[in-house]
Design a protein. Structure first.
Length: 69
């Protein structure tokens, strides 16, 4: 049995570069009781908020290995 995370269970999620491109709900969250998938632009500011559920996302390793070209 695969463990899934309840979607929209928290209001603040810390994500890493490995989670990009960022979507809400994220992969690994159960989808049957959630909103449609939406991609969130987090790369520029390091923060994003889902327009459907209000979940906030923070990119915790924003400067590790990424260049601002």
């Amino acid at each position: 049995m695969q463990d899934t995370v309840q979607p929209n269970a928290k209001h603040l999620y810390e994500v890493t570069a490995a989670d990009l491109p960022l979507s809400c709900p994220m992969p690994g969250m159960s989808l049957w009781n959630s909103h449609p998938k939406v991609y969130l632009p987090i790369e520029a500011t390091g923060e994003a908020k889902c327009p459907y559920c209000g979940a906030s996302y923070v990119l915790v390793d924003r400067d590790s290995g990424r260049s601002a070209s």
